[in-house]
Design a protein around this ligand. Structure first.
Ligand SMILES: Nc1ncnc2c1ncn2[C@@H]1O[C@H](COP(=O)(O)OP(=O)(O)O)[C@@H](O)[C@H]1O
Ligand SMILES: [Mg+2]
Length: 216
């Protein structure tokens, strides 16, 4: 299966959530996990390389997809293979809409879309969803509130939530803004980090399992 972390805006927590999700799922799933870093900044991959120095076993492999490749999935079989195999294939994308992402965005089983309630982020989220519509993407959209500030009253929350629910599943539990998530690595989740993501991730996993009628 293919699970892609994407949205149109940088800095919303895609890579942080992708790392946390990969770590979380590797602890509870028997399946093989492969990560593909599709962002020209290569933050996931660089972190994973850096973490080789840690005295902990690696949980999964991370591959990069070259930016020089205009059509990374010109061999269409590749993407269908990733989709059809039992492995969990996680993609971390850049915060830009690019034609080279099209096939992946069309054929991912799930697109996990982290968002915030700032005006800019709200707008980009809707632009991204619209882009998926234009692509006629078949993927299930899963929206997750990222860097959510507990003490803040987001004036546009109600309106934004109602809009988002038209396009996919809105995960009830937000991932709160937490310092512990700023120092995440690719080899483990600390107790605190696990606590910060577990409610949201369990909801995501339930959503995936129900949708594919399987157990990941
Ligand atoms: N839940 C969170 N709480 C606090 N900081 C966060 C959280 N999620 C992400 N960040 C921080 O926000 C910044 C952008 O996150 P990142 O995951 O790189 O976003 P993206 O991949 O969408 O560009 C990073 O400095 C990261 O540490
Ligand atoms: Mg990123």
């Amino acid at each position: 299966m293919i699970i892609t972390f994407a949205t149109q805006k940088g800095g919303t927590g895609k890579t942080t959530l992708a790392i946390a999700f990969a770590n979380y799922i590797s602890a509870i799933s028997e399946r093989n996990i492969n990560v593909f870093d599709f962002d020209y900044q290569k933050s996931f991959y660089q972190k994973w390389k850096e973490d080789e120095e840690l005295d902990l076993p690696k949980l999964y492999d991370v591959e990069t997809i070259g930016e020089e490749v205009e059509q990374p999935f010109s061999d269409f079989e590749t993407i269908l293979d990733l989709k059809d195999n039992d492995d969990i294939n996680l993609f971390d994308l850049a915060g830009t809409l690019d034609a080279k992402y099209s096939d992946l965005l069309i054929y991912s089983d799930f697109i996990i879309i982290p968002f915030e309630y700032s005006d800019v982020s709200a707008k980009s989220t809707l632009v991204f969803v619209n882009f998926l519509g234009i692509l006629e993407s078949q993927s299930e959209r899963i929206f997750i509130r990222s860097k959510y500030d507990k003490g803040y009253k987001y004036l546009n929350q109600e309106g934004m939530d109602a809009e988002i629910k038209k396009y996919g599943t809105l995960i009830k539990s937000p991932v709160f803004k937490r310092n512990c998530l700023q120092t995440i690595d690719t080899r483990k989740l600390t107790y605190e980090q696990k606590y910060a993501v577990k409610n949201s991730f369990n909801e995501i996993i339930t959503c995936i399992n129900e949708n594919l009628d399987t157990n990941i």
